[in-house]
Structure formats: C-alpha cells, structure tokens
Design a protein around this ligand. Structure first.
Ligand code: ADP
Ligand code: ZN
Ligand code: ZN
Length: 738
C-alpha cells in the first residue's frame, strides 16, 4: 500500500470557490503521509497570484492520469487535521453542483460559515457558558424598565433550564454584561458537554390527528421518507414537531429545523428552549461570524442537538443525523434567487435520502409540487384538519367594491367593519403588498409619470422621506414639487401604498394605535421585534403591512383581517402567480382569530366572480389546488414538466440576444426534440438597473432528458463567443420566470 500510494504519486483534486465548473489538481505537500489528506479536508493552495482555501474532493493516482506532474503546484497547507465534511456531505454537494449546474467550488463554499471559508481554524469554543442566578430566576423581565434588550435576553434564559454557551451569546455582549452586573446571570465553566438529550417539559396531549402524524414520523426514524404535514395555521404543527423531536433526542439523534424567515426563529427558539433539555443552536444571516461558526461546529461535533436556521443552514454537517424539518415548505424564500440557485426543500429531500433519514415538510398551504408528489405517492400526507385548542376557522367574505366610494383604498363597508372590531377592543390586520406612499407620481397637466431612468419601472413616492425611489435598482431623487416636463401641471400620487393607507387610517381613527410593518419601517435593527412586542402586549389596534405579515406570526387578538387589493395579483404573466396568491390569502387569513375569538377575513375585489377567489373561499385551498393542478397538467406546466431558465443581461440589448441565439443553436444541435426551447425573449422587466435582460426557457416532460441536455449544452454555452461579454446564469426549477 504505502509504496504504490506514496505521496509523490498522488494528486489532490480541490474544489475552489471560483466560477469555473471544474476541480483543480495539486500535488501533496512535501513530507506529508497519504493519510494526512482526506476528502472533506480544507487546504490552502496557490491560485493565480495568491492563495485560496479549497476543499479536497478526491485524491487520485498520478499514474492513472495524463497530467504532467511538473506543471502542478503543491498544496501549501493542510488546514484541518480531520475532514470537516463527511463522505455523505460531499456526495450531496457534488450532486447539488451537478443538478444545479453550478461550480463545485462555489457549492462547497456555501456549505461553510464565512470564517471557515476564509481558512480560519475549526475550533469549537465550548469552555464557558452563562446561567441564570437565583436572583435571575426570580426577577420578572418587565421589571427591567426601559431595557427591552435585557428583558428579551432574560426571557430567553428563563425559558430554558440549559446554560447558554458564551459563543452563542457573542452578539449580546453588552446586554449580557448588564445582566451580569445586575447579578441576574453568571459565567461558569461549561460542564454540560454530555450527550444526554431529553425533554424538559412534557408536551400537550396530542389529539388523534396529531398523534397519527407523530407516530408516522417517529416510526419512520432511521430510514428515508418524505412526510407532508398539512395543517391550517394554529392546528398544532409545531407541537407535532416538538413531540417528534423529543423522540429523536431520546435516541441521540440530531434535528435540523429550517424556517423561511429569520424573524420567526426567536419565537421558535424560545418554545424549544422551554421544551427541551438539549443544546439548541441557531444559524442565519443576522448572527455574527463567531456565532455561526459555533453553531456549525456544534452540530458537526454533535455538541448541539437541534439547529434552527434558514435556507443557509441546510448544509450544516450533522454527526448523528436524525430528522430534517422544513416549516412553511411552500415559502419562496427557500429558493435561493442568486448565485447558487438551489431549492432548500428539494436539496433537503436529496440530503435525507443520502443520510437515510426522514424529512418532514409542514405547511397550511403546501406547494403544488408537494401536493403532486403526494398524489404520486412519493410523499406521505399527514393532515391536521382542525385547529388545536379552542380556535375556530375564520369566516371569509368577498367584498365587491365595484362602483363603491373608496377612501384611499378602503371601502365604506370595510371602514364600518374596522370600526366595530375596534369597538369590541379586538385588533385589526390590514394587508397590502405595496410599500411606499403611492406606486407612481403623475402630472395632471401633461401626463408625465415618474419613471426610473435605469429600469422599466415606475419610481415610488415615499412621502415621509420626500423621495421618489425605484424599488428595483434603489435609485432615488427628491420628490419633485413641479412637473419636470411641463412645469405647470399639478403633480398627484397615483395608486396606493402602505404609507398612504397609514395616513388615511390615522385620519379615520385618530384615537387608535396604528402600526405599519413593511421593509421601510422595519429596517432599523430590532424594529420589527419592537413592533411585534407592542402588538402582543395589546398596544396596537390596527396593524397594517406587507407580506411580512403573512409569515407565521401569531396575533391572537386579531379578529378582522382585510386584504385591500387582491385584484392586482389576479392577472400576472407568471403561471406561479395563482398558487402564490392563494397561499398568501390563506396565510394572511390564518393570522385571524387564533385564540378563542372567531376571525373574519375580508377581501376587497372588483372581481368577485373570479374562479380563483370563489373556489378558494367556497371550497378551500385543497380544492383550489386540485383544480389549478389540472390546469397545469393540461398546459404541460410544472410539476407536470421540468424547466430551466437561462437568464442573461448586459449593458446593451444586442449581446444578450446574440448570446441566446447562439445558445439556441447549441441546444438545437444536441436536442432530440424532446425538450422545448422557448425564446429568446425579453425578460418581463426588460431593463433593470441599466441592464438589458433576456431569457430562454427550456421545458421537458422528463427531468432526465432536460438534465441530459443541460449536461451537454452548458459546457458549450459557457464557451460561446459572447459568454465573456454578458452575465448569464442558469436557474434549474425556477420559482418565478422574472
Ligand atoms: P401551528 O404550528 O400549526 O400554527 P401550534 O403548534 O403553534 O400550531 O399550536 C397552536 C396553539 O395550539 C398553540 O398555542 C399550542 O400550544 C396549542 N396546541 C397545539 N396542540 C395542542 C393540543 N394537542 N392540545 C391543546 N392545545 C394545543
Ligand atoms: Zn406635466
Ligand atoms: Zn430603477
């Protein structure tokens, strides 16, 4: 062995994060033995004029290849003494690189937290932790007046019995210091390195449907299968997750829980800390580098039992993997929309298959793909059809606003409904998916409108900031006071945004507290948490906001939900729009009447007979999805076919078209006519941030055929004459066609 495998004869194949679909060959470092480098180990290698951190994927025998060793450089340094990624991790990443046709080096890099990507040592700091003192246990959080951060942190400690590792609290340093100075928490050496994980508080008594779901997944532990837990909001999905997790923990298995939104993690983290006596870590973009490193290594070394994270947490190595849970599986934020455009749901399933563990997808409004997979018997459906506890389903009402007088988007009937809800001291939630004051400014004299110079889009009026802002490229200009074209005409806002509605609401309901939640009001760090706190403590009467409201938050005091403008969603060019709109309606509606108060959901529309709305409201999401899926089948659209979208942009309109024309030639030469090639066409927004955008859609009834074609075509397309003059990307299974 030692002889024929001497280091001189071996080539290390390294994935390096550069946009090239290939691996790079290096010689073993001098004086190293063959065991010192294994796949999954990070290495520092010379690259170009400098060095780069890469991951070893394979070690091959020089004698088997046609490579001239004189041309190869040596690995400069072996960073890890043990591989950080297991063979199965590498298998998944290689699969993802092939499936999404994305460079292996970049795919590998996305599996690591930034610190490790930069080549820093992989050392887990678990020496110290913090724990509540006796006084800290007794202190009521709200006694810490005017210190909301200290209150929140104290609550986090009080929620669980476990000490929290110092590294996990890195972001809270000053707050932690304050609690320490007040004698509420203290630092101690971490003795809690044991692997005995258990439940701390027992769960609720599951209802029969919950119990059925729990049993199904628990008996599936240890083998691959996909479960779809469909349950209306408030039906007790989280309780089901927790009871399954507690079984997994008893068996010493780790659980990865993925959520669509960062803002949802603190709520769940608190519930989990209350329930489990096991180390829990979080992983998302709001954490700092050290926290992410700590969380990642804790899972990799099985020092932590549960990870709560967003899409980027998916690739975290698990030493003893037990289960992956993906909550709100329909949510489009599970699809990465730039660079490595993977779907966290689809890759989670691929990962579970490789690890031979179950995946649990949860949603009130499952994606059509998942429902289709249930129909194909690939996924097992678990249903929770009733709301847990006392909550009852909300009542829907289509409010016909044709020819009705409106006050800034609010019909009289709606205003009356708001008034009576407020009179009962319940909360009202109003949804409008458009921020800003008005989507466009228009001149009453000459018809000038506020267009963006760099995009095919209007500039939105932001009244409080006195700005016009483009929501696509971010460019801004002061709000004109006279018409830039005719100088004399009167400038008017056209259409409605949340800012304008807020103003109208303030005039109509001067004595009520109104909270607006959108990207503009929640940009400041901690702002959203502050508003949510205010809502929960009852210091809000009307909550107005954008899609932010549709995601997972619990507002038990809300009994009236209104969607102000549903019509603009009914006429999109993208075939995904109907599915997204229906999910949005059901999700927003799910915010209403979660406790013992019955909720009411009002949809203002000029299309009260539109089949999407009537089916959804009279027959429910399931029936709607069934009909919509039949339409997709007839049209040959996904999930009855598979798509890949080639997107191109450049600073002129010519080169992208030329590039795509040449790509079509390549595709036609390879194509066995099984795959439809649609385009090239201009993107729905043809110009954005000064870039001219075009696209080409590939569609095939068979996934295999599509990928075979891509495998052959992409290397050729990347060498096309114009490839260096445009920016292009491939989106496999695109979630939208923009
Ligand atoms: P979801 O995740 O589906 O929105 P949750 O798990 O958060 O639902 O449950 C909603 C509410 O119902 C919570 O307050 C929860 O404590 C309660 N609940 C869940 N399951 C039960 C049960 N079996 N018995 C009583 N209450 C329950
Ligand atoms: Zn004018
Ligand atoms: Zn713009």
């Amino acid at each position: 062995m030692a002889n024929c495998n001497s280091p001189q004869m071996l080539i290390v194949q390294v994935a390096i994060p550069v946009p090239l679909q290939r691996l790079f060959d290096y010689l073993m470092p001098e004086l190293s033995d063959t065991q010192s480098i294994q796949p999954g180990t990070r290495v520092l290698v010379p690259f170009g004029k400098g060095t780069k951190t890469g991951v070893v994927l394979q070690i091959v025998d020089l004698t088997d290849s046609r490579i001239d060793p004189k041309k190869l450089k040596r690995v400069e340094k072996i960073i890890d003494s043990e591989p950080l990624l297991s063979a199965k991790d590498l298998q998944l990443l290689k699969w993802a690189s092939r499936y999404y046709h994305h460079p292996a080096g970049e795919v590998m890099a996305s599996a690591f937290p930034a610190t490790l990507r930069r080549g820093k040592p992989a050392i887990l700091q678990v020496d110290y932790c913090y724990r509540l003192t006796e006084q800290g246990r007794k202190t009521v959080a709200t006694d810490l007046k005017r210190a909301p951060k200290q209150q929140a942190l104290l609550r986090l400690f009080q929620a669980g019995s476990m000490p929290i590792a110092a590294a996990e609290l890195a972001q809270h340093n000053t707050t932690l210091k304050a609690l320490q100075d007040k004698g509420l928490v203290h630092k101690e050496p971490n003795q809690h390195k044991s692997r005995v994980w258990s439940e701390r508080a027992t769960g609720l008594t599951a209802n029969p449907e919950q119990q059925h779901a729990i049993n199904a997944v628990v008996s599936g532990l240890g083998q691959f299968s996909v479960f779809l837990l469909q349950g209306v909001t408030g039906s007790g999905k989280t309780e089901v997750y927790m009871q399954i997790i507690s079984e997994a923990l008893l068996r010493g298995l780790q659980v990865l829980v993925l959520l669509p939104e960062i803002t949802l993690t603190p709520q769940l983290e608190q519930r989990f800390r209350q329930r489990f006596s096991a180390p829990i870590v979080c992983f998302h973009s709001k954490l700092n580098d050290n926290q992410r490193l700590h969380a990642w290594l804790s899972m990799q070394q099985a020092q932590a039992a549960i990870m709560l994270g967003t899409r980027s947490a998916l690739f975290t190595p698990l030493k003893s993997p037990g289960l992956i849970i993906l909550d709100e599986e329909h949510d489009s934020s599970f699809k990465q929309q730039e660079g490595f455009r993977f779907s966290a749901r689809d890759v989670a399933i691929a990962r579970a298959k490789i690890l031979n563990i179950p995946v649990l997808l949860g949603s009130a409004t499952p994606s059509f793909e998942s429902l289709f997979n249930v129909a194909q018997r690939r996924y097992q459906l678990l249903q929770l059809s009733i709301r847990a506890g006392n909550a009852v389903d909300p009542v829907f009402q289509l409010l016909d606003i044709r020819n009705k007088p409106m006050q800034a988007g609010l019909s009289e009937a709606l205003i009356t409904a708001i008034r009576s809800t407020l009179a009962q001291e319940h909360q009202v939630l109003l949804f409008l998916n458009r921020r800003g004051f008005a989507p466009v400014q228009i001149c009453h004299g000459c018809g000038w409108v506020s267009r963006c110079d760099s995009c095919d889009a209007n500039m939105v009026i932001h009244a409080a900031e006195r700005l016009l802002r483009c929501h696509h490229c971010g460019s801004e200009q002061p709000l004109p006071t006279s018409c830039p074209a005719c100088r004399t005409g009167e400038l008017q806002p056209l259409g409605l945004g949340t800012e304008r509605i807020e103003q109208t609401l303030a005039e109509l309901f001067p004595n009520n507290a109104i909270i607006r939640l959108d990207k503009d009001t929640t940009q400041r760090k901690g702002a959203l948490e502050g508003y949510l706190q205010q809502i929960h403590s009852g210091h809000a009467d009307i909550i107005l906001g954008t899609q932010m409201l549709a995601k997972g938050h619990h507002f038990p005091e809300v009994t009236l939900v209104a969607i102000l403008d549903i019509d603009s969603g009914l006429f999109s060019v993208d075939f995904h729009a109907g599915e997204k709109l229906a999910q949005m309606i059901v999700q927003v509606a799910g915010r209403a009447g979660r406790a013992d108060k019955r909720g009411r959901v009002v949809l203002q529309t000029r299309q009260p007979e539109h089949p999407l709305l009537t089916t959804l409201i009279e027959q429910g999401y399931q029936a709607f999805a069934k009909i919509a899926l039949q339409e997709r089948r007839q049209a040959g659209l996904p999930p009855f076919s598979y798509q890949a979208l080639l997107r191109v942009h450049a600073d002129n309109a010519h080169t992208p078209q030329q590039f795509l024309q040449d790509a079509v030639t390549v595709l036609r030469a390879l194509n066995t006519s099984k795959i439809q090639v649609l385009g090239p066409v201009a993107a729905p927004m043809a110009r954005r941030a000064g870039q001219f955008r075009f696209q080409l859609l590939l569609q095939s009834p068979q996934r295999k055929d599509l990928h075979q074609l891509l495998d052959q075509a992409i290397p050729q397309i990347s060498k096309l004459r114009q490839a260096g003059n445009v920016r292009w990307s491939l989106d496999v299974d695109p979630a939208d066609l923009y």
